[in-house]
Write a new protein. Structure first.
Length: 418
């Protein structure tokens, strides 16, 4: 592992190997599942609106549950909370696959099941990510955070490669069942982790869950770096991430392709994200991370304009790879900065806000794009959204010096943070 620099050091620890191996497996299943259910929604309705509603149902529960989940993750056993959440996701996948196989599925039932899975994922995300400082030394934390995102994006490549041929030859049921199996195995691996008690549980309950969730909002809002960065990331996620959540209408309407085209496009996004993720993971330093987090948004916006402006599928695949690369750079560096700057007692709640952004904001963006796409076509709303994102980039660039100073230095514990 030494030849891989900072990434190799992070992966040299036993618990990190178990944790990231389980992450790669479960997220590979997740991407196969997402591709399966989005294609299922498209086949049932041939409507960009209903495909966007499918993504919305999976991601939108984060609006309600992520702040609560962060408070819960800061006061209970994070390993057990992760296991429970993953078990619910596995059961949801089994239920969807069963209903599809028996012909009992409807768009309403599909949306309800995806909402159940999204709720479970809202609890899993802060619990899992709050464990990372207990898996590696602090010096290796940036590489560990990057490795976490790297696993997600490797899975984004592998999942569609598995799901595309399965859907084309056998329908969506095998792809969804694969997700069920992946989450069962990931859940079974969690008891193998040896995590220090101080990192396994944030703190003893000091008030109601609602009060602690509100404290997390206040802490993030008052932080000179975390607050502006999360606001910037949230607006950009609404404007840009929706495209990747409703790919089937783009694939069929702009490029006249089927499941194989969807698989290729999703895999290209994953390849781009993987390359950038390896680069960010091996940087091994905090200096300059804020500049990457902000600047990557401009690259993603420009590449997305290229993606929707062309009708030439090979060029679209190149744009998709660049979109994945820029999105990965933004996501990894933002999470790294938040992990670095947040007080340990507030980590679960702050990461739940990041989870809220990565789930709820793309859901809203997907719903808006899907609705506007039915009225005006997909190209015009997407290009307008990217132009707005470039305007948000200008705001973030002006805030860059202040955010850099607050986010890239090792924080001192804050009194009364809880």
């Amino acid at each position: 592992m030494a030849s891989f620099g900072a990434l190799g050091r992070a992966l040299s620890h036993r618990d990190a190997q178990i944790f990231f191996g389980a992450s790669l497996l479960s997220w590979t299943g997740l991407w196969a599942h997402r591709m399966g259910v989005s294609w299922l929604a498209w086949e049932m309705t041939h409507s960009a609106f209903w495909v966007s509603m499918c993504a919305f149902s999976d991601l939108a529960p984060a609006v309600i549950f992520s702040p609560i989940a962060g408070a819960v993750a800061d006061r209970m056993d994070r390993v057990r909370l992760t296991m429970l959440s993953q078990a619910v996701i596995a059961c949801e996948a089994a239920l969807v696959a069963t209903m599809v196989a028996t012909g009992e599925i409807s768009i309403g039932l599909l949306l309800a099941c995806e909402a159940m899975s999204g709720t479970a994922a809202s609890f899993s995300q802060p619990a899992r990510q709050s464990l990372m400082p207990g898996l590696v030394p602090r010096a290796d934390l940036p590489a560990a955070v990057a490795c976490n995102s790297l696993c997600f994006n490797v899975a984004r490549f592998i999942g569609p490669v598995i799901a595309g041929p399965l859907i084309a030859t056998s329908g969506v049921v095998p792809a969804i069942l694969f997700n069920c199996l992946a989450y069962v195995l990931a859940c079974a691996s969690m008891p193998l982790l040896r995590v220090e008690a101080s990192q396994r549980r944030g703190h003893a309950p000091e008030g109601s869950v609602w009060a602690e969730a509100a404290a997390g909002f206040r802490y993030a809002g008052r932080h000179p770096g975390i607050g502006p960065l999360l606001i910037f990331a949230a607006i950009c996620a609404v404007l840009m991430r929706g495209v990747q959540e409703i790919l089937p209408p783009y694939v069929e309407r702009l490029f006249h392709r089927g499941p194989e085209g969807l698989g290729l496009l999703t895999a290209c996004i994953g390849v781009g994200a993987l390359i950038t993720g390896l680069w960010v993971a091996n940087r091994g330093r905090m200096q300059g991370t804020t500049r990457i987090a902000v600047g990557a948004v401009g690259v993603q916006a420009i590449c997305t304009i290229g993606f929707v402006a062309t009708g030439f599928f090979p060029f679209a695949l190149l744009c998709a790879a660049a979109m994945g690369a820029a999105g990965s750079a933004h996501g990894i560096t933002t999470q790294t900065l938040v992990q670095n700057a947040a007080d340990a007692s507030m980590r679960g709640r702050v990461l739940s806000l990041w989870g809220l952004i990565t789930r709820a904001c793309p859901a809203l963006g997907a719903l808006l794009l899907g609705t506007l796409g039915e009225l005006f076509g997909l190209r015009l709303p997407t290009i307008l959204a990217m132009l707005l994102a470039l305007g948000v980039l200008a705001w973030g660039w002006r805030r860059l010096p202040g955010m850099t100073a607050a986010l890239e230095e090792r924080p001192e514990p804050t009194a009364g943070a809880r």
